[in-house]
Design a protein around this ligand. Sequence first.
Ligand code: ASN
Ligand code: ZN
Ligand code: CA
Length: 333
Amino acid sequence: EWEAIETGTGNTVYSGTVNLTTTQSGSTYNLTDGARGNHKTYNLNRGTSGTGTLFSGSDDVWGNGSPSNLESAGADAHYGAALTWDYYKNVHGRSGIRGDGVGAYSRVHYGNNYVNAFWSDSCFCMTYGDGSGNSNPLTSIDVAAHEMTHGLTSNTAGLNYSGESGGLNEATSDIFGSTVEFFANNSSDVGDYLIGEEININGDGTPLRYMDKPSQDGSSKDAWYSGIGSIDVHYSSGPANHFFYLLSEGSGTKTINGVTYNSPTSDGLPVTGIGRDKAEKIWFRALTTKFTSTTNYSGARTGTLAATGELYGTTSAEYKAVQDAWAGVNVGT
Ligand code: ASN
Ligand code: ZN
Ligand code: CA
């Protein structure tokens, strides 16, 4: 059956009212993104397997902004997937997670009071819980981009999800979770170097992770040390998140979109940032052409320097900034 690509309206939980790309089949609209590899968004309705049902209806308006309306989180997920698609396509020239133009899919309302979201290679899909009390679905832009980026990492470097490579895998998802949020330029969910600041998992309004000084979460590390491969990958990500912040914005105090950051260096020496636009190109190039499944922190340094040399030259200010930013998180030669 022939389907028309349409522009619908999403009333999201976190990102206000946004355009969503949908399809129309007869008199039915579907949350299928006809412009982005037919990425579909499904309602699991508290189930934990299969796809549940594709969000569909007789109008092209999705959700009302409240999480009690089951379409609202669907709108967030569909929007986050579209932004992540557009980010990789427009900024990095990659069409879809595998680079083959094929969309993944999203499932929302997983389980009961499930406080997590995850990517799965086996379904090539993302899944979102509703949070506890059904009040905070884990569908903000940075979380969506974080999860989808796990798919990208899996299909490129393949960083093993344990040890130092696991920390680099997690950091890659936080880095692009953050850059997609900046890319979205959404006035309801402005870009920042915080992860999960919208979903209130901690119950006190604090984010899950801080890239300028990762130790602010109480568990993540600001700098590399010899035992870092033994801690949880969501904490061993800290030095790489911190590296990315330092490379982008530099050390010290800076206010961006109303958030004030204060980023120290482990060696006490200043780092001059090169801007996020260059930093994200370096990390993407390293991820997709230098890193392997077993890359550790030392290898990440080597790989990002190689990528920077190819992009900007080995005598460039960018090359020196990469050296300085790694030194700032205690990763040396
Ligand atoms: N949300 C978590 C993450 O993406 C799920 C996990 O622990 N893999 O890291
Ligand atoms: Zn993750
Ligand atoms: Ca964020």
